[in-house]
Design a protein around this ligand. Structure first.
Ligand SMILES: NC(=O)c1ccc[n+]([C@@H]2O[C@H](COP(=O)([O-])OP(=O)(O)OC[C@H]3O[C@@H](n4cnc5c(N)ncnc54)[C@H](O)[C@@H]3O)[C@@H](O)[C@H]2O)c1
Length: 274
């Protein structure tokens, strides 16, 4: 039991990677606070934990809202008195608008042009078409959410505490179709390093995970062609599954990762090598 008697908060744990992390932590003995936007999703995760779920709590909060985050951690403090592990996982792949569908269409057009061997005539034009709202929501959920939750968790953390932030390969290479997502994930990496240095003297570790493409509801909007192309560029020749990332999170959150701080690990099948 790698997380016996630890209290862990996992945000966005009602789906995909967050659900796999919450379930892995529960199997390893943690009491897991399963956060999501809608409590029904969090409850499904608690149900998926089986017997290990008796210690878990489903908590609804939008991590982009500092007041909601404060209320969530106040509830955790009342009930458990501390936080040992925080996983800032909540995230969105797109922050809405017709722009995302248009981008998918342009992606396919560009692939066609590339395969025909001619010049690329269809341009992305993502940044120039992006609205303020689309930009702000992306930054709010990922970067503000990571800050709000980290701030509250640090107030309840003792030596031995661990924070794991979900970044992305988008932070390492930049992804041309999602400049706002890439910027948010890059910000999370820098925030990870700064806070890791800040809280090291308190015996708290802070690390990040930069997954490659993982098969979750977030990557469902990718067309079959886009998925085939991604797999063909991935040396291990598959997309990731949520458990690939959960095992990495367990390593960083538990004593197995006791000499890691301010680092990122990238389970990506070899798509990005650095
Ligand atoms: N799937 C991938 O290929 C991939 C790759 C790299 C990084 N990531 C990152 O991993 C994390 C999890 O992604 P996933 O693929 O499991 O996505 P997902 O869509 O399956 O799950 C994300 C969860 O976060 C929740 N959420 C969204 N906004 C929230 C908010 N404001 N407050 C609380 N919860 C919120 C959603 O309701 C959902 O349950 C994200 O941070 C994502 O950016 C995913």
């Amino acid at each position: 039991m790698k997380l016996a008697d630890r209290v862990a908060v996992v945000t966005g744990a009602g789906s995909g990677i967050g659900r796999a992390i919450a379930c892995a932590f529960a199997r390893e003995g943690a009491t897991v606070i399963v956060n999501d936007l809608a409590v029904a999703r969090s409850r499904e995760t608690v149900d998926a934990m089986g017997a290990a779920g008796v210690r878990a709590r489903a908590v609804e909060a939008d991590v982009a809202e500092s007041r909601a985050v404060r209320a969530m951690f106040a509830e955790v403090e009342r009930e458990f008195g501390r936080v040992d592990v925080l996983v800032n996982n909540a995230g969105i792949g797109s922050s809405g608008g017709p722009a995302s569908e248009e981008t998918a269409k342009r992606h396919e057009a560009r692939i066609g042009e590339l395969m025909a061997g001619g010049a690329i005539k269809t341009h992305w034009d993502v940044t120039e078409r992006m609205t303020d709202e689309t930009w702000h929501r992306m930054i709010a959920v990922h970067l503000n959410g990571t800050f709000f939750c980290t701030r509250e968790a640090l107030r309840l953390m003792k030596p031995g505490g661990a924070i794991v932030n979900l970044s992305s390969v988008a932070a390492l290479t930049g992804l041309e179709t999602v400049p706002h997502y890439s910027a948010a994930k890059g910000g999370i990496l820098s925030f990870t390093r700064a806070v890791a240095r800040e809280v090291a003297s308190r015996g708290i570790r802070v690390n990040a995970i930069c997954p490659g493409y993982v098969d979750t509801p977030m990557t469902q909007p990718m067309s079959a062609l886009m998925k085939r192309l991604t797999v063909s560029r991935t040396p291990l020749h598959r997309m990731g599954v949520p458990d690939d990332i959960a095992r990495t999170a367990l390593f960083l959150a538990s004593d197995d990762g006791s000499f890691f701080t301010g680092q990122w690990l990238s389970p990506n099948g070899g798509l990005v090598m650095q």
